[in-house]
Design a binder for this molecule. Structure first.
Ligand code: TXA
Ligand code: MG
Length: 331
């Protein structure tokens, strides 16, 4: 066993926190059955304790240790998408600590698709509760360096699994009601879920459904620089307006910087015009744009096609609620 994996497993057994690479984002992990260890996660993140955590497991066989019963749909989805970026919300077993579920009668479970995460989970032999390894409300980490920079002193071991392959958090699907409910869009898209479920999951107004789910708060994943969304087509004019009013903006767009801005002081970052590649680098980009400490990050909205929904969702939540409003158009 790799030395760092071994150290991570020992840390979990002692009730300490670890930085856990997954294919989506890095997690801040603790032994899911140790309430005291789980409370350390909330303290480190500065996250309200009523917010439930996802339990990471080594494989579908472990579902029964945390879920009271496993619906047939969950088994089929697990067989199709695990390991992978899909979290299933199921009815919890009574032994699962309230600290993990936020006092809910349900529990979120997923098998991450990352060799280091799977090595830790197999060697540990239990569930690892892990939210994204960022401070509450901030941008999720997609490299080990992000975790060290933000939470380094609170974590016993940060496993370095390289940059995350997906780059945004898992799709969350609740299977606890009459119909499957999509609580958070992610790389496993509704159409793919529908192939297994035989129906499209319901995608309700997320604030109504899961007010206690932080990834679904209207403002989340936010840089400290105010972020403004601007609809495609109006972006260049908006940039010109900001220049004219002396707002020092940096732009994130899917097209090149137009000639008309000449040598104006507007740093311009071009993002890929493909949803997977855009998602892969989104959080790292937001971090580096934030580090420029400009007055504003101006971001061009993304297309409304379903494949863009995970990115559109994160951009909308990163937007400063007092700015723009382009995020309200249903993207
Ligand atoms: O990709 C991911 O899911 C990453 C990696 C580390 O696995 N984890 C992640 O965790 O994004 P976190 O805590 O940042 O977001 C988990 C989301 C939260 O919005 C939480 O409220 C929701 O999952 N959640 C967890 N358990 C739930 C439950 N029982 N019912 C409803 N929502 C739940
Ligand atoms: Mg998070």
């Amino acid at each position: 066993m790799r030395d760092d994996v071994k150290r991570a497993v020992e840390a979990l057994r002692r009730g300490q926190l670890i930085g856990l690479p997954t294919e989506t984002v890095y997690g801040l992990g603790a032994d899911a059955m140790n309430p005291e260890a789980v409370r350390r996660i909330f303290a480190a993140k500065g996250r309200p304790e009523s917010h439930p955590l996802i339990v990471h497991i080594a494989g579908p066989d472990e579902l029964g240790r945390f879920a009271r019963y496993v619906p047939a749909a969950a088994e089929r989805l697990a067989a199709r998408f695990w390991p992978g970026p899909l979290t299933l919300i199921l009815t919890r077993r009574s032994g699962v600590p309230n600290e993990v579920t936020g006092g809910l009668e349900t529990v979120g479970l997923r098998v991450p698709d990352h060799p280091l995460a799977l090595a830790v989970l197999r060697a540990f032999g239990g569930g690892v509760a892990a939210p994204s390894a960022n401070r509450f409300g901030r941008i999720s980490p997609t490299t080990a360096e992000h975790v060290r920079a933000e939470l380094g002193e609170k974590v016993a071991v940060v496993l370095d699994g390289g940059p995350c392959r997906v780059g945004v958090e898992s799709t969350i699907l609740a299977l606890t009601g009459p119909r499957p409910l999509l609580l958070r869009p992610g790389a496993v898209l509704p159409a793919a879920l529908a192939e297994v479920l035989g129906e499209e999951p319901e995608a309700p107004g997320q604030l109504d459904v899961a007010p206690r789910a932080p990834g679904t708060l209207a403002s989340h994943y936010a840089p400290s620089t105010p972020l403004e969304l601007c609809v495609e087509g109006r972006l260049d004019d908006r940039v010109a307006e900001l220049i004219a009013s002396g707002v020092r903006a940096v732009v994130l767009a899917r097209h090149e910087r137009p000639m008309r801005f000449g040598d104006a002081d507007v740093p311009w970052e071009r993002a890929p015009d493909e949803p997977g590649a855009y998602a892969h680098d989104l959080y790292a980009r937001l971090r580096s744009l934030d580090a420029l400490a400009r007055d504003r990050i101006l971001v061009e909205t993304v297309p409304s096609a379903p494949a863009w929904s995970p990115v559109a969702d994160r951009l909308r939540r990163a937007e400063n609620p007092t700015l723009g409003g382009a995020g309200d158009d249903g993207l």
